[in-house]
Design a protein around this ligand. Sequence first.
Ligand code: NAD
Ligand code: ZN
Length: 357
Amino acid sequence: MPTFRVETPHGCYNAVVERGVAGRVGEYIPRKAGKVFVVSTEDVWRHQGHTIAGGLEKVAHEVLHLPGGEENKRLAPLENLAEEMVQRGADRTSLVVAFGGGIVNDMAGFLAAIFMRGVPVVQVPTTLLAQVDAAVGGKTGVNLRSGKNLIGSFHQPLAVLIDPAVLATLPEREYRAGLYEILKAGVIREAELFRFLTDRAADVLARSHDAVDTIVAESVRMKAEVVSADEREGGLRRILNFGHTFGHALEAETEYRRFLHGEAVAFGMRAAVYLAETSGHLSAEDSVEILGLIRLYGPIPSLAGIPAERLLARLAHDKKTVQGNVHFVLPVRIGEVQVVSGMDEKLVLQAIRSALS
Ligand SMILES: NC(=O)c1ccc[n+]([C@@H]2O[C@H](COP(=O)([O-])OP(=O)(O)OC[C@H]3O[C@@H](n4cnc5c(N)ncnc54)[C@H](O)[C@@H]3O)[C@@H](O)[C@H]2O)c1
Ligand SMILES: [Zn+2]
């Protein structure tokens, strides 16, 4: 069973990628733990609750639901949930199991980070995006009205249990959005994964078990390595932002309604590739190849009517922008990127225009 070790100053843990591992969650809960609180949403529970419930038969636990949706990723539901936990007997020895997509990952993880000043969390991600990205790395948090993920904390999990079998019920659009984060992994650090996505595209899109298991495991390995090298995004972890600077601008401009996160990242990767090519960082051949693979896993919803200038203006407001200096993660070849700042604004605008067209 592929198991990847994450070692950070604030916690060491395993990310296990295996079919059926959700059903063995009980094995990953320390014997000394008190009551277990499984946090999910009604939607996820309806589709996949049975897969994890079996693994908790011998463990004292309660299942609690959060409202799903980005608009509900706020502090208020967490306060309600914390009250509910107390009423149902939670104490300092309690443990949270986060069972759901990235929203549950971030909210339940944050709840665990602050409940009685911190209880452990086991992440059991159920979307492709959460499996390959959100669940490993310990980032948790909620949105403010003024912006995404503006309140949060690092809270490394006790374990991450990644069960590709739970993806069977994932809607097609969500599945494809997750594939873009895997494509990102290929471009920034994993040339072999990029080739696999190219050569086995039909199997990947058909969710053939061996193809899905391979791309999930490879992405998790990459994320585990990067997070272990740099927990808090001072250095290497910044490469994970490939496609995200432009992507966040698009998400914000369209109020998080029109595009799924992965779709916005696909747009962002296109813009970054154009920028890399016109600024002389990336060869025309590699650019054609990356753009071709992004297209192959598309299409994303229409970009019609989105003004390039407004996206450009939003780049300056990105959370990752330090003192007005926008950093771009640009590919220099397939499998390698560079963090670049001080780009000519005209080139950036041109790249956005190309990506929009
Ligand atoms: N912490 C991090 O490092 C990190 C990284 C990337 C994204 N995120 C966050 O993740 C969030 C997005 O996550 P997401 O894309 O997983 O969205 P999501 O959690 O909203 O899930 C998407 C949809 O899929 C449904 N669903 C989930 N699992 C299912 C399954 N197995 N079968 C059927 N339906 C299922 C959900 O009910 C929901 O409707 C954003 O808030 C983003 O900020 C966090
Ligand atoms: Zn992302």
